[in-house]
Design a protein around this ligand. Structure first.
Ligand SMILES: Nc1ncnc2c1ncn2[C@@H]1O[C@H](COP(=O)(O)OP(=O)(O)OP(=O)(O)O)[C@@H](O)[C@H]1O
Ligand SMILES: [Mg+2]
Length: 541
């Protein structure tokens, strides 16, 4: 939609007032003029009729006596009336009934006009033409029509009169328009002045943002309503702003108190922190003490374990050696009494051999146990790092295990980059693999002829990730949780001491500085996830 053209109230008011007054005045004048002309004409017509009748009546005597000369002379007296232009008197011939010209009158300087005998009927009513009025009336004497009178009146005087009133009216029209213009100016002034006043107030408020001013009271009802509404709006804005200012003041106050509180709390926190630090220090000391105590406790556990484990073979050895000592004492007695027979000697030798066998086996077992305790206890980190090819290293480990694996059909898959060279401690790694593989063979594949072990090794960054899994019988939740604890075994008395996984855990976490986790589900194998820091060498040896 195109924008509306702007216009001022002033020009609109003046335009409207002038248009309305001009149109209404012109309309009034036109209507008045038309009526006036009509009225004048009808007055003139009735005047003309009575005039014609009077002259006709006066002419009747001369008509009866047939004296046109006297009639002409009489008609000359009508000169006084400037409106009469021409008069004709016609006589009806008594003998033939024909209408004949009788007498006439023509105003000075007005030429005579042709007879109107043939227009008797046509002009029987008043007929107007541009500048004159015509009329024919009958002349009667004692009830008989004896002739006709034709009268022609000039309309010049009437026109003159009408024009003079027209000028007067035009003058009145102009004066009225002038008055209307003055009134319009006053009206627009009385309208625009208060509007201007209001606009000034609006401008001031919007520019200065001073909401305390008020628009003045207006004498015009509509403008006063506008000014009152504007003032109400200002009241509300002012109240709102005051409320807002109050709220801001409150917020500032709150902020300040909050800041104070934060400051207080910070100070309190600082104090608490200092206290905490000292507590932490004390705790550290306690922790170190606790670690020491824990170490002592595990050492105690260890010693108890060792005592318990070693006690059995030593006990058996002691029993067997006591038995052997009894047998020696018996044979000595028989020998001293010179009662020694071949039978005695044979029995002694057999029993002696059996007992010595028992002693030998149990001493061996004790020695084995002590050797594994030693492995657990020894500080594995003391070994130096070496650079070696991981795949080759694992092949050697498997080779060393061949004697123990050759009676089974188990498959061992190694997934490792052939060229992966690392710098680490091969000793602990060797022991880790041996323990894991032997556990899979002894425990995992206890009732399985052909088990599968998969060892995947991968170096990411400076860490070696070893994923060891077998598809054996696995362990239950309870055993899984304590599998790395010492002396946890399901093969007690069957050659298991429960130190293998404990050793693996110690080697991974302490000797190699890595970590190990176990995952297993009964019947679905076991999986060890080992991660150790190593130096990965890109050089292929
Ligand atoms: N691969 C495996 N599959 C199933 N069970 C396992 C596996 N490895 C370990 N276990 C269970 O965990 C227990 C603890 O193992 P750990 O190696 O510590 O002791 P052990 O093998 O019994 O004795 P040791 O290793 O001292 O001769 C085992 O007795 C066995 O029940
Ligand atoms: Mg073991």
């Amino acid at each position: 939609m195109p924008p509306k053209a702007m216009s001022s109230i002033r020009s609109n008011v003046i335009f409207m007032v002038l248009v309305i007054s001009t149109v209404s005045l012109i309309l009034a004048f036109v209507i008045n003029g038309v009526f006036e002309v009509k009225q004048q004409k009808s007055t003139l017509a009735s005047q003309a009729k009575s005039f014609a009748d009077i002259i006709g009546f006066s002419a009747s005597t001369n008509l009866l006596f047939g004296d046109p000369v006297s009639e002409n002379a009489r008609l000359t007296t009508l000169e006084i009336d400037k409106n009469i232009e021409n008069i004709h008197i016609y006589r009806i011939n008594e003998e033939n009934g024909k209408v004949e010209f009788f007498a006439s009158y023509n105003k000075v300087n007005t030429p005579p006009i042709p007879t109107k005998i043939n227009k008797l009927k046509e002009l029987s009513d008043v007929t107007y033409s541009d500048n004159y009025l015509e009329l024919i009336r009958g002349i009667n004497f004692e009830g008989n029509e004896i002739g006709y009178i034709y009268v022609r009146f000039s309309l010049a005087q009437l026109k003159e009169q009408l024009y003079s009133t027209l000028y007067l009216k035009l003058l009145v029209l102009l004066i009225s328009l002038g008055i209307a213009l003055v009134l319009a100016l006053r009206l627009q002034n009385s309208l625009t002045k208060p509007i201007k006043e209001l606009v000034e107030v609006f401008k001031y408020v919007s520019k200065e943002k001073d909401y305390s001013v008020r628009a003045p009271k207006q004498s015009l009802i509509e403008l006063n309503a506008l000014s009152t509404s504007f003032n109400t709006m200002l009241d509300r804005i002012q109240a709102y702003l005051e409320k807002q200012a109050e709220a801001e003041k409150q917020i500032r106050k709150l902020n300040q108190s909050l800041e104070d509180k934060v400051g207080q709390r910070t100070d309190a926190l600082k104090d608490a922190n200092v206290e905490l630090m000292s507590t932490l220090e004390t705790l550290h000391q306690y922790q170190n003490q606790l670690v020491e105590t824990e170490k002592m406790a595990s050492l105690g556990d260890m010693v108890a374990g060792i005592a318990h484990e070693v006690n059995t073979p030593i006990g058996l050895g002691v029993t067997a050696s006591t038995l052997l000592m009894d047998r020696i004492k018996d044979i000595r007695e028989v020998l001293d009494n010179k009662k020694l027979t071949a039978g005695h000697l044979d029995r002694f030798l057999t029993e002696g051999h059996e007992n010595l066998n028992i002693i030998y086996r149990n001493l061996n077992r004790a020695a084995e146990l002590i050797s594994s305790f030693k492995q657990v206890a020894v500080d594995q980190s003391s070994e130096n790092d070496r650079v070696f090819l991981l795949s080759e290293f694992l092949k050697d480990v498997l080779l060393s295990l061949r004697p123990k694996l050759k009676h089974h059909e188990h498959i061992i898959n190694v997934e490792c980059d052939e060229k992966l060279t690392i710098e680490s401690k091969p000793g602990p790694l060797n022991q880790i693999f041996i323990n894991l593989i032997m556990n899979s063979v002894i425990h995992g594949f206890e009732f399985i002829e052909k088990g599968t072990i998969t060892i995947s090794m991968e170096a990411t960054g400076n860490r070696l990730k070893i994923l060891y899994r077998d598809n054996g019988k696995g362990v239950n939740e309870q055993l899984r949780k304590k599998i790395f604890d010492p002396f946890v075994t399901t093969k007690r008395g069957e050659g298991g001491s429960g130190l293998g996984m404990h050793l693996v855990y110690n080697l991974v976490t302490q000797a190699l500085g890595g970590n190990i986790t176990v995952a297993s589900e009964e019947g679905k194998g076991i999986e060890f996830d080992i991660s150790i820091p190593v130096n990965v060498k890109k050089v292929v040896v």
